[in-house]
Design a protein around this ligand. Structure first.
Ligand SMILES: [Fe+2]
Ligand SMILES: [Fe+2]
Length: 421
């Protein structure tokens, strides 16, 4: 019946919402660049499914007030949120791969098999897509967990213990499923959990050259941004270094998930995914030039400039860099065109469209956040200015050695990129 259906779809909505918030919180703590990029994409998929679920619940004339409450599914949804407190990155990945995603996947399948394709046709369309995505997500998380455990085999035992704890709790609260909710009690924190904290420094993929400042012009204003191959390389390096933006996206999404309305999560998920595409543009470009990841600088300065600060500055950093750089992008796309570099032109052109959307997000959500805090929404520009200062101060800590090292690294890359691959 209509209201039972709405009740189930509401449950799925809260599970997806909670899962994606936990995934977002883990982005800065996981080293692999491929996993950060993949997580951003899956967060976005979950947010799209959740948005479709939420709309469908409204269409079914579910008392809309109740969509703001988890209701009888509260204990279940707490389990999806509890993976944020996983004891280690491999434990988190394994638990999502083996417990949470399979539970959602199986429930979607059951729902699709049991429900009416005529009366509930609109749900069938998006939930079938969600089921396909869940299959892909299960496979990817399993591979990521195995790769992470291969690097840190000493964590295997605790990761296995953690998934047993989460699986037991999930079955105690009745699982996801398609049955009426058993209204389980919310229990104490899961044994073996570790309180979540945002790392002061982001985990970095060991395949790359780890540094704080990823190009000489960041620490030396006299160093030219360049033209020709220098501009092409600089642009690809900027793109791959948007890894900081994926991390900022994940941190801010989870930090304000319970403070701002659902649309925040939906926008922040898309934003994080877009940044992961920009990062991947740079990565693919550098690989196509035949460059060695060990020589590619992956910096941390923007992330670290906002560490230890109010998380509003994560949102502020994205807004600051987007508004600062956007005016250069159409001109750069045009220059790439004159060089006959179609790939760089194409990347910059799409990037520009995404960033235009993001500056809108930034202004809107900074104002909303200030308003929710009882502060003046017009002060959003002061957040931006403070970000500029935080970055300037942090750049001021660059050592002579760091400046010399990045100049050397840039010269090596320029010499290699200038030769045909
Ligand atoms: Fe970007
Ligand atoms: Fe952006």
């Amino acid at each position: 019946m209509r209201l039972d259906t709405a009740q189930l779809l509401k449950r799925f909505f809260f599970c997806e919402r909670s899962l994606l918030v936990s995934e977002a919180a883990w982005i800065p703590s996981i080293a692999s660049l491929g996993v950060k990029i993949g997580l951003a994409r899956f967060i976005w998929q979950s947010s799209e499914t959740a948005a479709a679920l939420r709309n469908r619940v409204f269409e079914l004339r579910f008392p809309s007030r109740l969509l703001e409450e988890q209701g009888a599914d509260h204990a279940l949804i707490e389990v999806f949120g509890a993976v944020k407190e996983s004891p280690s990155a491999p434990a988190f990945l394994l638990c999502v791969a083996r417990v949470l995603l399979p539970a959602l996947r199986d429930s979607y399948r059951e729902y699709l098999e049991a429900s009416d394709t005529i009366a509930d046709g609109p749900t069938h369309r998006f939930l079938s897509l969600a089921l396909t995505e869940k299959d892909e997500q299960v496979k990817a998380f399993e591979e990521w967990a195995q790769s992470a455990l291969a690097l840190q085999p000493e964590l295997r035992e605790s990761a296995m213990a953690w998934i047993r704890v989460v699986a037991d709790r999930l079955s105690q609260v009745g699982g996801v499923g398609v049955a009426p909710s058993p209204s389980a009690e919310v229990a104490a924190p899961l044994p073996g959990s570790k309180p979540h904290s945002v790392p002061a420094r982001p985990a970095r993929d060991p395949r790359f050259w780890a540094c704080r400042f990823y190009w000489p012009d960041i620490v030396d204003p006299a160093y030219p941004y360049g033209e020709g191959i220098q501009l092409q390389l600089r642009s690809a390096i900027s793109h791959v270094n948007e890894v900081w933006a994926i991390e900022a996206g994940g941190v801010m999404l989870s930090a304000f998930a319970d403070v701002l309305p659902w649309e925040w999560i939906h926008n922040a998920a898309r934003w994080t995914y877009d940044e992961s595409r920009h990062c991947r543009m740079g990565y693919e470009r550098l690989m196509a030039w035949g460059l060695d990841p060990a020589e590619i600088p992956l910096g941390t300065y923007i992330y670290e400039s906002a560490s230890g600060q109010d998380p509003i500055y994560r949102l502020g950093m994205l807004f600051f860099f987007e508004t600062k750089n956007i005016r250069h992008k159409p001109a750069r796309a045009q220059l790439f065109h004159t060089y006959g570099d179609v790939v760089s032109e194409h990347d910059m052109d799409f990037d520009w469209a995404d960033e235009t959307m993001h500056t809108g997000y930034g202004k809107h959500w900074l104002k909303e956040l200030l308003a929710v805090r009882g502060e003046d929404p017009a002060a959003y520009d002061q957040v931006r200015e403070r970000c500029e200062k935080l970055v300037r101060d942090y750049v001021g800590t660059a050592t002579a050695q760091e400046v010399a090292d990045i100049k050397k690294a840039a010269a090596t890359l320029l010499a290699k990129a200038g030769r045909p691959a």
